[in-house]
Design a protein. Structure first.
Ligand code: XIL
Length: 300
């Protein structure tokens, strides 16, 4: 097939991109979006600072625009993200009472998931809850600090009740190298959730890579997680300078793992990227295909 989405679909996978609602009026952008991609992730529009900027007051307009566009063009939607320490409005971070925060978190998850019910393929229920470095433990956040380790489980149970048709994912970065303590910490959590029946369906590997691309153990990591009984997705792929080999290696790792269900790049053109100084994407600022594009298409 001649496009990323169509080629990925031949093996039952999707190929997606992050989308910014403010760019949907850019014809070059939407032409590439609708030609190449069969999945989208709102880049910022479903985050808490946008969707519930003050307590109990919800704003789904920007995300609705992306979901409507996706629905009209047959694209799956990944929901990103419900519980995260970043892009969190100040009013949440300022809470000091555990019972209040617990009900606020549950209400946020339930209201946002209910709004989009039936239209989301997979939700990143919790994003980036683990600490960098060697601890293998959760990072400090208002959720961790007030609710303790159980906040992740609570979020997933709440999410399952809100929309049983959506796959529920844990999403993080720097969990690609199998021997890293952070990878092992997330692995132990997923293993524990599966053993105790806590609802989790998938693990998202953000995959924001340097020029070297994925670590040598990347495919091992993906298959070890898949063996726990969860789907795997590459959720925010970008690679500094976009070397063809690094992109091809990343795609091959997914293709070689049956439960790796799709790949999402974190933007369309280099000029759209949050790392635009590193030219990490598959299309240049003018919307032309870069060498990495061909490498990805060939590896799918
Ligand atoms: C980034 C967006 O791309 C930026 O536009 C925004 O300013 C900050 O967030 N991990 C994630 C994504 O899970 O939500 C982040 O997206 C990149 C890192």
């Amino acid at each position: 097939a001649g496009t990323l989405g169509a080629q990925a679909a031949q093996s039952g996978r999707y190929f997606g991109t992050a989308v910014a609602s403010g760019r949907l009026g850019d014809d070059t952008y939407t032409a590439i979006l609708d030609r190449e991609f069969n999945a989208v992730t709102p880049e910022n529009e479903m985050k808490w600072d946008t969707t519930e900027p003050s307590r109990g007051s919800f704003n789904f307009g920007p995300a609705d625009r992306i979901v409507s566009h996706a629905t009209a063009h047959g694209q799956r939607v990944r929901g990103h993200t419900l519980v995260w320490h970043s892009q969190l409005p100040g009013w949440v971070g300022s809470l000091t009472d555990a019972n209040t925060l617990r009900s606020v978190m549950r209400h946020h998850i339930t209201t946002e998931m209910t709004h989009f019910k039936g239209r989301i393929y997979a939700w990143d229920v919790v994003n980036e809850a683990f600490a960098d470095g060697g601890s293998g433990q959760h990072r400090s956040s208002v959720f961790q600090n007030l609710l303790g380790d159980g906040f992740i489980e609570d979020a997933f149970r709440t999410a399952r009740s809100a929309d049983p048709s959506a796959k529920l994912c844990y999403n993080d970065y720097s969990i690609e190298n199998w021997s890293d303590a952070k990878t092992q910490g997330v692995y132990r959590m997923v293993r524990d959730f599966k053993a105790r029946g806590v609802p989790i369906d998938c693990v998202g590997f953000q995959s924001h890579f340097g020029t070297g691309g994925p670590p040598a153990s990347f495919q091992t990591t993906l298959s070890n997680f898949a063996a726990l009984g969860v789907d795997i997705q590459i959720t925010e792929l970008d690679i500094a300078q976009a070397p063809s080999t690094a992109y091809a290696n990343t795609v091959r790792a997914c293709m070689n793992v049956a439960r790796c269900t799709g790949i999402t790049v974190w933007g369309i053109r280099d000029s759209d990227s949050w790392r635009s100084g590193e030219n990490p994407l598959l299309f240049d600022a003018a919307g032309n295909k870069k060498p990495a594009y061909q490498a990805v298409l060939s590896a799918l």
